[in-house]
Ligand binder design. Structure first.
Ligand code: GDP
Ligand code: MG
Length: 371
């Protein structure tokens, strides 16, 4: 009979070692050390005791994982950088995004309007592209990060030239540094008569931002979100930094991405904006996000145009979800509907088991204290 050790069985079943050991004890199996070998009958018995399918076919272990990327990505094509705008309240984040979005449309089709889908791409005259996340502020940034979604490649730190460094400027710097994401500074509101870019820059220096013009590595651009002054320069600065970062992705293989935002729209159902990270999303394919899945019925880009496929760096609105996924959820493509369903079922089972385990631990803790 096949054998599996206790540690590997925890991985196959997706349970923690303590829970497995407890279950084994309940079944009268006393030898529950991590390297103890179990035969397939014993393993099946343990699985059934945990309300799982007998693991002979290891169905319960089926899940999807992102591909393992090679250390040397140089053979893959460059992808657009993904940018998040951060900074103190009222320093002009929303205005800047609006102006950037408008220029994105102007450069596209005449009369077009951008759809708010949580992210948008700007095509530069140089042919380069930047993807901006449409949710400014560090709250959104850290919410995504706490879910394990490191989508931001570059932070544009907005500092109003009439106000200088403020508490949330410092917080934004800390967030970017903690995430190891490089910063491009946008000294904003430079159209104002009381603008003092010099003072703003000195404030940044005092808070550990080594600006290029003072011998450091952080670029700063003087801009106005209202007049559009300096925005082409800001975009080129972002693109130059992206080239240094050598952001590359594999357009082939199963699609991988992250949910940027999701909502239910009247008459259209549940939709989610997905930012593709690897591979290519295509209409008709199956994707899994958290504990829900989707057969992609249709996709639209950030200009509201229907698209059949979306590659790395492209934000698209995806329709066809069974249930609404959460912002920050990882997207992974499944070969077919059966696999998508199995993965979601297994993830739900895993979640339920984790809840049970937590409840059990609370009860046990209480018992121990009561003694
Ligand atoms: P947010 O809180 O960072 O999103 O800031 P907003 O974009 O809402 O801007 C706050 C205020 O500053 C608004 O009244 C804007 O009109 C104004 N503002 C933003 N950018 C500029 C700019 O470049 N120049 C000037 N003069 N005002 C600006
Ligand atoms: Mg705002």
């Amino acid at each position: 009979p096949e054998v599996v050790n206790v540690t590997n069985l925890t991985k196959i079943l997706g349970v923690r070692l303590e829970m497995l050991v407890r279950t084994m004890h309940r079944l009268g199996m006393e030898n529950a050390t991590h390297d103890h070998l179990l035969n397939s009958d014993e393993a099946s018995l343990i699985a059934m005791e945990l309300d799982l399918n007998p693991i002979v076919d290891s169905e319960a272990a089926i899940d999807l994982y992102p591909r393992i990327l090679p250390a040397d990505m140089s053979s893959f094509p460059l992808r657009p950088p993904v940018v998040t705008i951060m900074g103190h309240v009222d320093h002009g984040k929303t205005t800047l995004l609006d102006t950037l979005r408008k220029t994105a449309v102007a450069a596209g089709e005449a009369g077009g309007i951008t759809q708010h889908i949580g992210a948008f791409s700007v095509d530069l005259p140089s042919g380069k592209r930047i993807t901006f996340l449409d949710t400014p502020g560090h709250a959104a940034f850290s919410a995504m990060r706490s879910r394990g979604a490191n989508v931001t490649d570059i932070v544009v730190l907005v500092v109003a030239a009439d106000d200088g460094v403020m508490p949330q400027t410092i917080e934004a710097i800390k967030h970017a540094q903690a995430a190891n994401v490089p910063i491009v500074v946008a000294i904003n509101k430079c159209d104002k008569h009381d603008a003092d870019p010099r003072k703003a820059k000195e404030g940044l220096l005092q808070h550990g931002i080594q600006l290029e013009e003072f011998g450091g590595e952080t670029p700063a651009v003087e801009v106005s979100g209202i007049t559009g002054l300096g925005l082409p320069e800001l975009e080129e600065t972002v693109v130059t930094l992206a080239e240094v970062l050598e952001l590359r992705a594999d357009k082939g293989g199963a699609a991988e991405g992250v949910v940027i935002e999701s909502q239910v729209e009247k008459g259209r159902g549940t939709m989610a904006t997905v930012l593709v990270k690897q591979g290519t999303l295509t209409v008709g394919s199956y994707i899994v996000a958290g504990t829900t899945w989707c057969k992609i019925r249709s996709m639209t880009d950030d200009k509201g145009r229907p698209v059949k496929e979306a590659g790395p760096g492209a934000p698209v609105k995806v329709i066809g979800w069974k249930e609404m996924p959460n912002a920050g959820d990882e997207i992974l493509q499944a070969e077919d509907e059966a696999l998508a369903k199995t993965v979601v079922e297994n993830r739900i089972t895993k979640q339920q088991r984790e809840t049970q385990l937590r409840d059990l631990e609370v009860i046990n803790d209480k018992r121990r204290k009561d003694k």
